[in-house]
Every structure is written in C-alpha cells, then in structure tokens.
Design a protein around this ligand. Structure first.
Ligand SMILES: C[S@@+](CC[C@H](N)C(=O)[O-])C[C@H]1O[C@@H](n2cnc3c(N)ncnc32)[C@H](O)[C@@H]1O
Length: 301
C-alpha cells in the first residue's frame, strides 16, 4: 500500500493542480490508479513512482489524469435534460430570436456524454435555421481526447442511451459506437481548470456544471461559482449536479424549480417562463422521456 508521505504528496499535487480534495481513506484508490502507471514507467511500486513524479512533469500530468474521477452517463439523472428542453429552451428561443444561436458550456465534461446528450436534444428541439455550440471543457486531457474521438464502448452506450437515438446518431466502429459528424461539429473542446482563472470564452446561455463541485472545498466552490456567474448571460441558466447547490455559497444566484431540479440564474435575471414547482412538474414528454427506456438489449443493437 502507498506510504503516508507518498499519499500526502499525491493529495497535495492533486489539490494544487485541480483543487480536488483527496482525503485520508482514499489510499486504496490512489494505489489502484497509480499502479498501472508505475508499471509502465518501469517502477517497482507506487512509492518509487511517486518519487519520480517530483522529477518528471509528463508523468505528473499522467498521474493527475489518472486520479480525476470521470464517472458520467448519457442523459444523466434525466431531470436536468427535461428542464433543458421544457424550461430553459422555450424562453431562450424567444430571447435569442434575433441571433438564432445558443452557446452552451459543458464544464467538467468528462468523456463527453453530457455534451453529446445536449446536441441530440438541440437537434430535436431547435427550430429550422438555428445553430448551437457546446463548449466542452475539462482538466483531463485524456477525457478531452475522448470527446474529440466521439467513440464509446457498448457498456458506455448501455448507460442511458435510448435505442432510437443510438440508431439515429451513431454508427458502429469495430467494437465501439461513433457519434455522427453532424453532432461532433456542434462540440468544441478546450482544456480548462475550473480552479484557475478562465481563459477567454464566450458568454453562455446555459452552463452545465454538474458533479464536479462536490470534489472541492467551500472556498474553491465559492470562487468557481463567482467566476462562472461572470460567464453566463443575464438571462441564462446554470445547472448543477443533484447533490450540489449555490445555497450558502454565493448570493449572486437565484433558484427556480423545474420539475425535480433547480435552475440557477444570475440574480436580477428576467424570470423564466415557468417558475413555480407546481407548474413545472416533470412530464414525460417525447423529448427526454425516451431516454428512460432500456436501450440496447431490446433492439439487439
Ligand atoms: C464526475 S465527472 C462529471 C462529468 C459530467 N459533468 C457529469 O455530470 O456526468 C467530473 C469531471 O470533473 C473533471 N474535473 C475535476 N477537477 C476539475 C477541475 N479543477 N477543472 C475542470 N474539470 C475538473 C474531471 O476530470 C471529470 O471529468
């Protein structure tokens, strides 16, 4: 097992480079993730590999990549995607009628399932003549490569991809499924560390910042939310993960219910079309409800 000084070094490195917390008790995880890298670097064990990290920046980058948690799935949690099509798109389509374009940020996009799920909904819901761009960012360069490749294993496809959308938007590529060039052309990628100053970026209509704040301490969460608020249009929306909130963190936001999720909006924004939880009860509309259907095994795809 990794020694306490090596674990402390790795935890400190991860915190400095990504702001992710790696607390005592996670030794087994660090060991499991670094052991394959130690072997391929010709090191006898994880402690020797950690010693190498101090001298080798390229190994450091690989180690950070291996230690980030990339758990994701298609249409993850469903309700945010229902809020996207039912509560956010209608007022934005009205408000952006003069430009007929939407800018969306998938911050901490992991391997791209969130970004490509959004492109499918946009293809289904944008009126003719409209365009949209998904800006997919992550601190992990290997995850960004995966977004650009747009290829997913059968196991990954089984996690939330409805059969109809699989048939429409993917082709077989050996053992994998490849997302269509049409959807790929809607997604741009950029390396971005949420815990560091943001590079120049557009102002976004919608930001998905889901299942990443949980890894940071309070001050980092506060700082990220403050900087994200400066990248959202005054009538735009922010969606967080189901266990994440702006409450007690930043009073620059207001919250509006959309079914089972909260849409966060810059304070002072014009109200969305649907604001009361009662009027936004989740409805199983054709748009998103399909994704609840078990996908691949039923089609034989
Ligand atoms: C659990 S995944 C969430 C993926 C997706 N948003 C979702 O909800 O399914 C967390 C992602 O956050 C990324 N991440 C961790 N720290 C980050 C940071 N400081 N800046 C940007 N991305 C970060 C990880 O690389 C990983 O891809």
């Amino acid at each position: 097992m990794i020694s306490p000084p090596s674990f402390a070094y790795v935890a400190d490195l991860l915190r400095r480079e990504t702001a992710m917390l790696c607390e005592p008790g996670k030794e087994y995880l660090v060991e499991a993730r670094l052991l394959p890298l130690a072997r391929s670097a010709g090191q006898p064990d994880v402690d020797s590999y950690v010693a190498l990290l101090g001298r080798d920046p390229s190994e450091r980058a690989k180690a950070i990549d291996a230690l980030t948690i990339n758990e994701t799935s298609w249409f993850r949690d469903l309700a945010p995607y229902q809020a996207f099509t039912e509560a956010m798109l209608p007022p934005l389509l009205e408000a952006r009628a003069h430009v007929k374009h939407l800018e969306i940020w998938s911050a901490a996009c992991s391997s791209g399932q969130e970004a490509y799920s959004l492109t499918m909904l946009l293809k289904e819901h944008l009126p003719p003549g409209w365009t949209a761009r998904i800006h997919a960012t992550d601190v992990s360069t290997s995850m960004l490569e995966r977004v650009r490749a747009g290829r997913y294993s059968q196991v990954e496809m089984n996690r939330g991809m409805p059969a109809q959308r699989l048939v429409t938007w993917f082709t077989r590529a050996g053992n994998e499924w490849e997302v269509s060039p049409e959807l790929r052309s809607m997604v741009t990628t950029q390396h971005l560390n949420l815990a560091a100053p943001f590079p120049p970026m557009p102002v976004f209509d919608i930001v998905f910042l889901r299942n990443v704040l949980i890894y940071f301490d309070m001050d980092t969460k506060r700082d990220i939310l403050r900087r994200v608020s400066s990248r959202i249009s005054p009538d735009g929306y922010l969606l967080l993960g189901s266990s994440e909130t702006t409450l007690d963190l930043d009073d620059a936001w207001t919250r509006e219910a959309a079914g089972r999720v909260w849409m966060h909006r810059p304070r002072g924004a014009s109200p969305a079309v649907t604001t009361s939880p009662a009027s936004t009860t989740v409805r199983a509309t054709a748009g998103v409800a399909q994704s609840t259907a078990p996908a691949l095994s039923q089609t034989g795809a």
